[in-house]
Design a protein around this ligand. Structure first.
Ligand code: FES
Length: 141
């Protein structure tokens, strides 16, 4: 009986060891916790009170990989914060500048445009609206 559990454990360890090797190139960039990669909202998500985003400001919602900004005229805009370079979730917002932790690309959170390479493609725009005093991002249901 005692031989079998150790054999199966070895199999599991070997299987786990293969995972990072197989994905080495991109794994250095992405989340490697074994959970599925975070994605931009594919259904409407409630991001909280409208007042959280000041005019001329931006707020990063890391749980949803979305940044919401508000223009001087009060218009809301939202962009995916999945870096267009190699897919890292961007986790830093300095004023209205998003900074990717992987290779240092910078994006303007109010336009989605690249401010610093290596990324060359702007962030993907996400629909956003105010509903009942709340910010709702993502496609209409
Ligand atoms: S993934 Fe390379 S800079 Fe963002």
């Amino acid at each position: 009986m005692s031989g079998r559990p150790s054999a199966s454990r070895r199999t599991i360890i070997r299987g786990a060891a293969l995972t990072p090797v197989a994905g080495l190139g991109l794994a250095a960039c992405g989340p490697d916790g074994g959970t599925s990669a975070p994605a931009t909202p594919t259904a409407p998500v409630d991001l909280g009170p409208e007042s959280a985003v000041a005019e001329g400001g931006a707020k990063l919602f890391r749980d949803h990989n979305v940044v919401v900004s508000r223009g001087a005229d009060g218009t809301l805009k939202a962009f995916s914060t999945i870096c267009t370079h190699a897919g890292c979730p961007i986790n830093k917002l300095e004023g209205t500048t998003l900074v990717c932790p992987c290779h240092g690309s910078r994006f303007d959170a109010t336009t989605g445009k690249v401010m610093q390479s290596p990324a060359t493609v702007p962030l993907e725009q996400v629909p956003v609206r105010a509903e009942g005093g709340k910010i709702v991002a993502g496609p209409e249901a």
